[in-house]
Design a protein around this ligand. Structure first.
Ligand SMILES: C[S@@+](CC[C@H](N)C(=O)[O-])C[C@H]1O[C@@H](n2cnc3c(N)ncnc32)[C@H](O)[C@@H]1O
Length: 493
C-alpha cells in the first residue's frame, strides 16, 4: 500500500535552492491553496515542468518572470500545473437529490414573483458540476422555468479548465456516475468522447474568477440564489475559508443556499448560516435571524431520489484506487476476471456468512477517499479520526483510517485498522484483500488465508455486484485478483 516514486534529483536540487521558498510562497499566494505548503514534491514537479517548457535557466530567473508585468501567460501556465481538477457528472448523488427535492423547489417558490434563478458553481474545474445542474433543471423543472431569468455560472481559477468546460466534450471517465439513460439522452457520441447537447449547454456560462483575490460577484448582474463550492475549501486554510464563506454570505440574500463538499462540513466556518441536515448530506442556508446554526429541517424518511438515478446501486464510483487493489482498466477487465470455481480451494479457512446485499457506500468514507485522491492526507486523517471518535463500533471509520495509513505508508497502523474493521465485520471483502496485500511480504501463510477468504466469500455473492468500499470493482474482479495473488504466492499454507 506504500506509494513510493523514485526520487527525482532535479526536484531535490530545486527544493534545496534558496529561491524555492519564494517560488512556493508565490504559488500559495496566487492560488490561496495553502495546502501547497505541505506539498514540496508536487510544487517542485510543477515548477520543473514549467521551467523546462519555458527554457528558464534558473529558479531566480523564473521567479523574476512570475513577478514581472509580462509574466501573465507564465503565471496562468503555472496555476494550470498547480490546480487539481478532479470532477465528474453527478458527483455526490445525495447533494443532487437535495438540489432537486428541496433547494430548487424552494427557490422557485421564493422567487415566483421575481422569476429569477441564478446558480454559481465556484471552482467548477472542467464543468461537469454546472452541466449536471443544467441537466436536472432542464429535465425536472424546464416547464416551470420558461420565461425565467436562468443563469448557471461556472467559475474557476484555471483558464485551461474553463476552455475545456466551454467545449463540453467529455470522456467516459467524466461520465462514470452518469446513468446510461441520461448519457444517451443528453450527450452525442464523438469518437471515443461524449459531447453535451446544446439544450443542456444553453444558459451555462463560464468565467475566470479567483475566489481569494477577485471581487464578488464573478459577473455583472449576477445575484446567486444558490452557490455550490464543493471540494475547493480543502485546499485553503481556515482563515481563507472563513473569508470566502463570509463573502458568499454577503452575496446570497436571506434564505440563499450554499452547498459544500462532504469533507468540508466544519460548521464553525459557517457563521450566519443555518444548517439543514438531510439523511446523507448537510446544506447551509443564509439566515438573517440571530440564531445561526440551528438545524431547521431534517429529512423524514428517504429523500425522493433524482429520477435519473438507477435503483439499488450507488451512482458514484470513487476515483481513488484502493491501494493494493488492481485498477479497473477498460478492456482489461475480461482478462482479469476468472469465473469463480464452484468450490472453495482445498485448505481454505472457514468462510464467514456472506454479506447482506451491497449497501450504499457511506458518504463519509467516500469523502475520505476523495480527499486521498486529491492528496489531501492531513484532512483525510482528521476526518477519519473525527469519525472514529463518534462511531467506533462500525467498520467504516476503521477502513477509512486504514486507507489513510496505507496512503502514508504506515503498515503497522494500517494492519491494525484493517483488523479492527474485520473484528466488526468479518465479511468485508476489501479489508481481507488489503490485509492479504499488506501481509504478503512478511507472512505468506497469513496472506494466503486472507486471499482465500476473499475467494470463498466472493463465491456466495453476485459476481457482478460492486465490492462494498470499492464500488469501482466488481466482486468477480476482486476475487480474480485474489486468485492471482494466491497463484503468485504459490505453495501450501
Ligand atoms: C477538485 S476541483 C473541484 C471541482 C468541482 N467543484 C467538484 O467538486 O467536482 C477544485 C477546483 O478548485 C479550483 N480552485 C483552486 N483554487 C481556487 C481559487 N483560489 N479560486 C477559484 N478556483 C480555485 C481548482 O482550479 C479546481 O478546478
Amino acid at each position: 500500500m506504500t506509494r513510493t516514486a523514485p526520487p527525482d534529483p532535479r526536484a531535490a536540487r530545486l527544493r534545496a535552492d534558496p529561491v524555492f521558498a519564494a517560488l512556493k510562497g508565490w504559488a500559495v499566494a496566487a492560488t490561496g491553496m495553502s495546502f501547497l505548503n505541505a506539498r514540496d514534491d508536487s510544487v517542485a514537479a510543477a515548477l520543473l515542468r514549467r521551467m523546462e517548457a519555458g527554457g528558464f535557466a534558473s529558479p531566480a530567473q523564473y521567479l523574476r518572470c512570475l513577478e514581472s508585468p509580462e509574466g501573465e501567460a507564465e503565471r496562468e501556465a503555472l496555476i494550470g500545473e498547480l490546480t487539481i481538477g478532479e470532477t465528474y457528472f453527478f458527483r455526490f448523488r445525495a447533494q443532487w437529490d437535495a438540489f432537486a427535492d428541496l433547494v430548487v423547489p424552494n427557490i422557485l417558490e421564493r422567487n415566483r414573483a421575481l422569476r429569477r434563478l441564478h446558480l454559481w458553481c465556484a471552482g467548477c474545474a472542467t464543468g461537469p458540476e454546472p452541466y449536471t445542474a443544467a441537466i436536472l433543471l432542464h429535465d425536472l423543472f424546464g416547464r416551470r422555468l420558461k420565461g425565467w431569468d436562468l443563469r448557471i455560472l461556472g467559475s474557476d481559477l484555471n483558464r485551461g479548465f474553463l476552455e475545456e468546460a466551454g467545449r463540453a466534450v467529455y470522456s467516459d471517465w467524466a461520465l462514470r456516475a452518469t446513468p446510461d439513460e441520461v448519457r444517451a439522452r443528453c450527450f452525442d457520441r464523438s469518437g471515443r468522447d461524449w459531447v453535451l447537447k446544446p439544450d443542456y449547454r444553453r444558459g451555462v456560462e463560464f468565467h475566470r474568477h479567483n475566489l481569494v483575490h477577485d471581487p464578488f460577484p464573478p459577473a455583472d448582474g449576477f445575484s446567486p440564489d444558490l452557490i455550490l463550492c464543493r471540494n475547493v475549501f480543502i485546499y485553503f486554510d481556515t482563515a481563507t475559508n472563513r473569508a470566502v464563506v463570509a463573502r458568499f454570505r454577503d452575496l446570497l440574500g436571506d434564505g440563499g443556499w450554499l452547498m459544500v463538499g462532504h469533507a468540508e462540513t466544519d460548521v464553525r466556518l459557517f457563521d450566519g448560516f443555518e444548517t439543514v441536515a438531510l439523511k446523507d448530506t448537510m446544506l447551509y442556508r443564509r439566515t438573517d435571524r440571530p440564531t445561526p446554526r440551528r438545524p431547521f429541517a431534517r429529512a423524514r424518511g428517504p429523500a425522493r431520489p433524482v429520477p435519473c438515478a438507477p435503483k439499488g446501486r450507488p451512482l458514484l464510483r470513487p476515483t481513488v484506487r484502493q491501494a493494493g487493489v488492481p485498477p479497473r482498466r477498460e478492456g482489461a477487465a475480461t482478462a482479469l476476471v476468472a469465473p469463480p470455481s464452484a468450490t472453495a480451494p482445498a485448505g481454505a479457512p472457514p468462510v464467514p456468512e456472506p454479506p447482506a446485499p451491497v449497501p450504499d457506500l457511506p458518504e463519509r468514507y467516500r469523502a475520505i477517499l476523495e480527499l486521498l485522491a486529491a492528496d489531501a492526507l492531513p484532512e483525510a486523517a482528521r476526518l477519519s479520526l473525527d469519525w472514529l471518535t463518534e462511531d467506533v463500533m462500525t467498520p467504516w471509520p476503521h477502513l477509512a483510517l486504514a486507507a489513510v495509513f496505507g496512503h502514508r505508508g504506515d503498515s503497522a497502523r494500517c494492519e491494525k485498522a484493517l483488523r479492527d474493521a474485520l473484528y466488526l465485520d468479518r465479511t468485508l471483502l476489501l479489508a481481507h484483500y488489503e490485509l492479504g496485500c499488506l501481509l504478503r511480504p512478511t507472512d505468506a501463510a497469513a496472506a494466503r488465508r486472507s486471499f482465500r477468504t476473499v475467494v470463498g466469500l466472493s463465491q456466495r455473492l453476485p459476481a457482478d455486484g460492486a465490492v462494498p468500499g470499492a464500488p469501482a470493482l466488481t466482486v468477480a474482479e476482486l476475487s480474480a485478483a485474489a486468485s492471482l495473488q494466491l497463484d503468485r504466492l504459490g505453495g501450501a499454507p
